[in-house]
Structure formats: C-alpha cells, structure tokens
Design a protein around this ligand. Structure first.
Ligand SMILES: Cc1cc2nc3c(=O)[nH]c(=O)nc-3n(C[C@H](O)[C@H](O)[C@H](O)COP(=O)(O)OP(=O)(O)OC[C@H]3O[C@@H](n4cnc5c(N)ncnc54)[C@H](O)[C@@H]3O)c2cc1C
Length: 462
C-alpha cells in the first residue's frame, strides 16, 4: 500500500486548502527594537507577548519560507504541557523547587494556548483530552509505572496522572496487545497549521511585520544579515529550532532530528466503533522508538514516529517529503497497534526536524552582553514549551525579573555536539540500539528494560 501524497510541507496544510500565499520579503535595510529570526511557534509567541506587554516596542520577524513552514506546521498536534527532559540535569543550574515550578509552568501552557486561541478567534480544532501512553510488553509496563512513580516523587499533582490496566485501556482505545497505559490528564489535541497560521495573523494584527522569503545568513551583536538586507536591532531572538545548524556558528548546537507522520483516509463509523478512541486522546506508546498519534477532526488517524532519525551533516529536508522506508515503517506501526486498519488508505506522509541539544534538555535565554536570545532544543515537545519560551523571552527582552525568568532552563548553556562523522554514527547507533531493545523486549517478554537501550542512553547522554 503506498501513500497518495508525500511532502508538500504537511497534511495539515492540505487540510486547509494548501500552503498560504507568501507575505512580502524584507524590502531592504531596516532598524527595529527587536528582530526575531524564524516564524514558528517560538518566534510568533515571543512577538505576541512582547507586543502585548509593551505596545511601543518595534518588532520585526524574518522567515526564510513562510510563517509555520517548519515543525510548527508539521507536528503531531500534541499540546501536552509535558516535561520531557531530565529533571536531575536541571539541578545543575537550579533547585528542586525550581524544577517543580518549571513543570507546573509547562502544564499551564495548555490553558494559556487555549485562552489566547479563544481570545484571538483562532479555530485550530482544539479539543481538551487525555494523553494515553500504552504499554504493549511487560518491559513497557515497567517503564510506565516507573515514569508514574517518578513524576509523583517530583510532586506532579496526583490528578494529572493515572495508571490503567489492560481492560480499561482497550475499552478506551482498542490497541492490540495493550497491557495497560499511563494516562495524563489536562492535555489537548490541535491542528498545528491552523494554530500557527492563526497566531501569525494575530501577531500581524498587533502591528508586527513578518517578512517571509527572507533568509538570515548571519546573526551578530546588533545586526541580522539577510539575503534581502540588514536589520539593526538592540535585541535579536534566534527562533530557528531544528534549522539552527544552518546558521553560521551554530552548526553543532542542536542536531536536527527527523520525525515523520502518515495520515489515513477518514475511517468509517463502523471502524471507529471497533477502535473506540471516542475522546480523541493523544495516543503514544512506551517503546524506545516510540510513536505518537491523534484522531483528527474529520476522523483520520495521524501516526508519527522517528523513521530515518538524522541526515549526515545536520541537513534538513526542503518540502517535507519523507523516505518510502519511513512510510512503510509507520504503516507497520499502525497495523501493529490497530490490525483493523489493514486496507485503510494512507492519504499523506511528510516529515520535519526538531532540535536536540547535546544533553537532551531544552533551554531559553538571552545574553545581555550581545543582546541575542534564543529558545528551543525542545526534543519534540515544542508545541506547548514554545509558549512558555515566548513569555519568558518577552520578559528577558523587557528586562523584567519574573517567576518565569527564574526557572532552571533559563540561560543554561550546553556543550556542543561532536563533529561529523561522530554525530551521524552516534545518533544512528543510538536508534539501532533502541530498535534492537524494542525487538528484544517483545521477543523475550521480560519485565526489565533491555540493556541495548541502557547502552544507547549511556553512549549519547540521553
Ligand atoms: C513531525 C514532527 C512532529 C512533532 N510533533 C510534536 C507534537 O505533537 N507535540 C509537540 O509538542 N511537539 C512536536 N514536535 C516538535 C514541535 O513541532 C517543535 O518543537 C516546534 O514546532 C518548534 O517551533 P519553533 O518555532 O521553535 O521552530 P519551527 O517551527 O521549526 O520554526 C523555525 C522557523 O525558522 C525558519 N528559519 C530557519 N532558518 C532560517 C533562516 N536562516 N532565516 C530565516 N528563517 C529561518 C524556518 O523556516 C521555520 O519557519 C514535532 C516535530 C516534528 C518535526
């Protein structure tokens, strides 16, 4: 079974009639108070909160393609408010109370994004729901239990999480071979292209210019060089996440990890009756090479996963086209979880990049000596995290000391990735080991995490 369309940025654009018309490019040199590089969620949220906090501040955004071209218009639509990094690593720059506060602030992003969407009249198919992380082997059951216990030990509120058994899981979502699930309450499903396009329009209504088709070639103190002219600005925000390696001087800061998604045709009511999933939950699994899925507004399944994890030299794709092998892998995952979907057509496949720092922990910050700020390295959790990043960056730019600017991810510096070919070998080696770990856990049925996965984590500092 092949896929009807591959690339074209993402299905989410096909869903709204195609990619939008481009806004005009930068017409020449310019001077502003704040220049933001990149018009994804990070850049747009930063601009939004800056202008809301201080309407007098002059902000310009430069974007090499169009607003929402990157991961923000291609993702799985999980607005999860999740904390997905190592709590322990943040203790190096913060306190236990700080890490707990950061997690609470992240949970709050779900309500905040929904609040702004309502206030700005953004229809993004938002639906409040739960996240269901299903375990399909004894080792996966062990991992979701450990994750649950660890979260409670870090004072995640008890009403945020619950563990459910096999029967309850399958009544909720009829995942084949489900042995239980970790349920996270208080999350939401979104249609990402609708959200990012709506946010871009909201930002423009506030009087902010978005210059599209304008590629930034260098960022330095006080100036942003582009192929259309130079912008002089006292404060500059680098909001290029998975594309950051393309900016001179940042080649080894964050690696662009690849993630891909396939979307099915709309399923029949009969099939939905068999699958359940009536709450449109965010569905994932506890495999090492995990998958993530959503039930869309019109009853399709969008199923994502890692595919080919990384392109040599931190290269990124251009139009979202993904490899045939990745489509086949995602189709297999879909059929493994839902054998009833064999014979269901795949309508669209695409991929995108997300930024990963060397220690797999996200950061936000602003260097007062250069006036250059940044946020990203979200490791696949940017839909909600970018909102907290935008609010934090607005405070940092306006030199406001707030609870957000005190959180332990602020102004954290992380060492760079190794040069090639070590990066390629390390990341591909890690995913090979994860695949071997998943296969071993499924084959043996043991309750412990495979040592292949432990080795992979040790090798790459994950
Ligand atoms: C397939 C996929 C699925 C995902 N699923 C989820 C999910 O379900 N939930 C979740 O929380 N996260 C998910 N993520 C991650 C999330 O989408 C990202 O973390 C988030 O969108 C990052 O937003 P951003 O604005 O920082 O970066 P982006 O949206 O990537 O925006 C960066 C922008 O910078 C522009 N740019 C780059 N270089 C230049 C340059 N030189 N000059 C000018 N402009 C430039 C790009 O064109 C782009 O528009 C997923 C990511 C992918 C790829």
């Amino acid at each position: 079974m092949s896929v009807r369309k591959n690339g074209g940025v993402s299905f989410w654009y096909a869903d709204i009639g195609g990619v939008p018309d481009y806004r005009p490019a930068l017409p020449g040199d310019r001077e502003v108070d704040v220049c933001i590089v990149g018009a994804g969620f990070t850049g747009l949220w930063t601009a939004y909160y800056l202008k809301k906090a201080d309407p007098g501040v002059d902000v310009a955004i430069v974007e090499k393609e169009f607003a929402g071209f990157g991961a923000s218009g291609r993702n799985g639509g999980w607005l999860s408010g999740a904390f997905g990094w190592s709590r322990e690593k943040y203790l190096a720059t913060g306190t236990r109370a700080g890490v707990i506060a950061m997690e609470a602030a992240l949970r709050g992003t779900v309500d905040e994004v929904i609040r702004v969407a309502e206030e700005e009249g953004i229809d993004a198919d938002i639906r409040r729901t739960d996240e269901v992380s299903v375990a399909c082997s004894p080792a996966q059951v062990t991992r979701i239990r450990e994750e649950y216990e660890k979260a409670l030990a870090w004072e995640v509120p008890k009403d945020r999480l619950s563990l459910i058994g096999a029967d309850e899981t399958r009544v909720r979502i009829n995942v084949d071979q489900a042995m239980g699930a970790l349920v996270t309450h208080g999350v939401a499903r979104v249609q990402p292209a609708k959200l990012v396009q709506g946010l871009a329009r909201a930002v423009e209504r506030l009087g902010i210019s978005i210059f599209e088709q304008t590629t930034v070639t260098a960022i330095g103190k006080g100036r942003v060089l582009t192929d259309r002219g130079t912008i002089r600005a006292g404060r500059i925000i680098r909001a290029t996440e998975g594309f950051t390696a393309g900016i001179p001087g940042h080649e080894r800061l964050w690696v662009p990890l690849n993630s891909a998604i396939v979307v099915t045709e709309p399923l029949s009511d009969d099939l939905w009756d068999q699958l359940g999933w009536s709450g449109c939950e965010l569905l994932g699994d506890a495999a090492h090479v995990y998958c993530y899925a959503q039930r869309t507004r019109e009853g399709r399944i969008a199923m994502g996963g890692r595919g080919v994890p990384y392109r040599f030299g931190s290269k990124t794709d251009s139009s979202g086209r993904t490899q045939d092998a990745t489509v086949a892998m995602l189709r297999d995952v879909l059929h493994r979880l839902f054998p009833q979907t064999r014979g269901v057509r795949l309508d669209h496949a695409w991929c995108g990049v997300l930024g990963v720092p060397r220690d797999w922990c996200t950061t936000v910050g602003l260097d007062p000596r250069t006036g250059i700020g940044w946020a990203g390295g979200y490791v696949g959790l940017g839909v909600s995290t970018s909102n907290l990043a935008g609010r934090t960056l607005a405070d940092l730019v306006l030199e406001r000391k707030t609870e957000m600017t005190e959180l332990p991810w602020v102004n954290r510096t992380v060492r760079r990735w190794e040069p090639e070919p070590l990066r390629w070998l390390g990341i591909h080696g890690m995913y090979s080991l994860y695949r071997m770990a998943d296969a071993q856990e499924a084959r043996t049925g043991g309750a412990q995490t495979s040592w292949y996965a432990s080795l992979a984590n040790r090798l790459t500092g994950h």
